[in-house]
Design a protein around this ligand. Structure first.
Ligand code: GLN
Length: 287
């Protein structure tokens, strides 16, 4: 079969593409083929079925085949289509940012459980956490920092797209190093994968997502040590800090938080029942 053919219908393209993706070890080959075909022909996924019996025009066929070749090399769908839904909103995603993940919505839920006015997001990446919080909490304002200037470009584009630019500021900063303000809420989804775990990750994550956003190159706890030992002065008394953690890190991160003078208030599990989020509170009143 040639790469592009006058008689190729949506159905025949999908069948061939699903086979190629499955052979490349892509876990949900049929679903991904459909998502990429709807992207290539420019229709919403829900409307794709109507087009499947039709002949697909050659430029869309060629675009689709290129996407399938890239997906077979395990490039993530969100990087291929440039978007990912998070907490009901669409975010721009590139290879410079961590792909927003459903389990991170637990962190958003925990943050929204109490009102806040000024929120700081450490390692903001795409900005998905911070911008969701600002969109959900009327009149709140936020600052997002990241060590990656390229990531902040994506976060700024997301802020513009969500019409939140006037309520947010983004700065390059190594955790709180360049942060001057005082906040009532700090959130972070830091790199928490130990370097020893990197080899075992799915190729989509290991080979395509920014390494800086995934691992500290050490035991996976470095970011928490740095954040908890330095962020106190940026929090009001009784201010909250809410961090995402890896499923095996609850004890270690709680100990790091307590040693730095925080009270651990809650440990929240994700929908798969794994420890995922820690809520802690700052008290600068000794004893
Ligand atoms: N949750 C991500 C993963 O398991 C890791 C993101 C992070 O380190 N913050 O791939």
């Amino acid at each position: 079969m040639t790469a592009t053919d006058d008689t190729e219908t949506g159905n025949s393209l999908l069948i061939a593409a699903t086979r190629r993706l499955a052979a490349a070890g892509v876990p949900d080959a049929a679903r991904d083929a459909r998502r990429l075909l709807s992207h290539a022909v420019g229709v919403e996924a829900g409307r794709l079925t109507l087009l499947l019996p039709e002949t697909i025009e050659k430029t869309a066929q060629a675009a689709f085949n290129t996407l399938i070749t890239r997906r077979a090399a395990r490039e993530p769908v969100s990087q291929l289509i440039g978007r990912r839904a998070f907490y009901g909103r669409d975010f721009i995603v590139t290879a410079d940012v961590l792909d927003p993940r459903p389990e991170t919505e637990m962190l958003v839920e925990a943050a929204l459980a109490q009102p806040f006015a000024h929120v700081l997001d450490l390692g903001t990446g795409s900005g998905c956490i911070l911008l969701t919080l600002l969109a959900e909490m009327d009149a709140s304002r936020g600052m997002g920092v990241d060590i990656s200037a390229a990531a902040l470009e994506v976060a700024r584009a997301n802020a513009r797209q969500l019409d939140l630019s006037h309520r947010v500021r983004f700065e390059v900063s190594d955790w709180v190093a360049e942060v001057g303000g005082i906040f009532d809420l700090v959130v972070a989804n830091p790199p928490y994968i130990a370097s020893s775990e990197m080899a075992g990750l799915a190729p989509e994550v290991r080979d395509w997502e920014p390494r800086l956003a995934l691992t500290d190159g050490s035991d996976g706890l470095d970011a928490y040590r740095q954040i908890f030992t330095s962020v106190g002065p940026n929090l009001i008394d009784d201010g909250r800090i809410i961090v995402e953690i890896g499923p095996s890190q609850a004890q270690a991160v709680s100990a790091i938080a307590q040693d730095a003078g925080f009270d651990v208030r809650a440990l929240i599990k994700d929908l798969d029942g794994r420890d995922r989020v820690i809520v802690a509170q700052w008290s600068d009143i000794p004893f």
